[in-house]
Design a protein around this ligand. Structure first.
Ligand SMILES: [Zn+2]
Ligand SMILES: [Zn+2]
Length: 253
């Protein structure tokens, strides 16, 4: 299995995951054209995509779904409430409702949905098993039990490292927005993200990719810096890297 973040952050989120046979997307918050260009840059083709798995209805996760899904006839997997609370696709035949704890199998990849804490109708994250275990966990107010389970299970973890708390508190966002981001249904700070990995990852975890960094309340350096905390665990030495606005190269899981 391999993964690339085609885009990550408040301007759009889209992860491409594939094995030798097929690929899937988790979210598509960039345009269909951007997906095609970025897949091309990592020598992959949109024809290989067998499913788009939606985490929740916020626009930075669904912007490009309608055009991409219709152009390449790709099924869209999302919870019933997510489908009901958003416009995902003109072609309703492509919509596949799933439960928030359902597992979907695509050519050897077992894609398991689990619910999480975020201010959307029925938000989920996904854990993908194909020999190794890969989890993509963004848009979480805090690390609930489901998130902790996925961190424990993962060989490869993509986790939100949204904001530096001092930057957020001293920044120019209005009070209500600061409160929303910090709440249990908002976004995970650098520190809480690093603590979650420090406390729950097993030593088999070899890669951590930091995702959904805020453009206003974070810097790549601050996010990476908070993960120095992992040094407290001698048995845990994952490679820590960043996914930003632009396409990240394909990484082996
Ligand atoms: Zn969101
Ligand atoms: Zn988001």
């Amino acid at each position: 299995m391999k993964i690339s973040a085609l885009a990550s952050g408040s301007s759009g989120n889209c992860f491409y995951i594939c094995n030798n046979k097929s690929g899937i997307l988790i979210d598509c918050g960039i345009t269909s054209k951007q997906v095609e260009e970025r897949l091309d840059s990592i020598k992959q083709s949109p024809e290989k995509i067998k499913g788009i798995f939606v985490t929740h209805e916020h626009i930075d996760h669904i912007r490009g779904i309608d055009v991409l899904a219709r152009k390449f006839n790709i099924p869209i997997f999302a919870t019933k409430k997510t489908i009901a609370s958003s416009f995902l696709c003109q072609n309703e035949d492509l919509l596949v409702p799933i439960k928030n704890d359902e597992t979907v199998c695509i050519d050897g990849m077992n894609i398991e949905a689990f619910s999480k804490s975020h201010d959307a109708s029925d938000p989920v994250s996904y854990k993908i098993k194909n020999g190794k275990v890969l989890s993509v966990v963004t848009d979480i107010g805090y690390a609930c039990e489901n998130v902790i389970d996925s961190v424990r299970d993962s060989d490869f973890l993509v986790i939100e490292s949204n904001h530096d708390l001092d930057m957020l508190e001293n920044g120019r966002y209005p009070y209500f927005l600061k409160a929303r981001i910090k709440s249990d249904t908002g976004h995970l700070s650098n520190k809480n993200s690093a603590l979650c990995v420090l406390e729950h990852a097993k030593s088999k975890m070899k890669n951590v990719v930091l995702a959904h960094l805020s453009e206003n309340n974070n810097t790549p350096l601050a996010a990476l810096d908070s993960f120095r905390l992992l040094k407290e665990r001698r048995d845990l030495r994952p490679k820590v890297s960043l996914s930003l606005r632009n396409c990240m190269p394909l990484m082996k899981v």
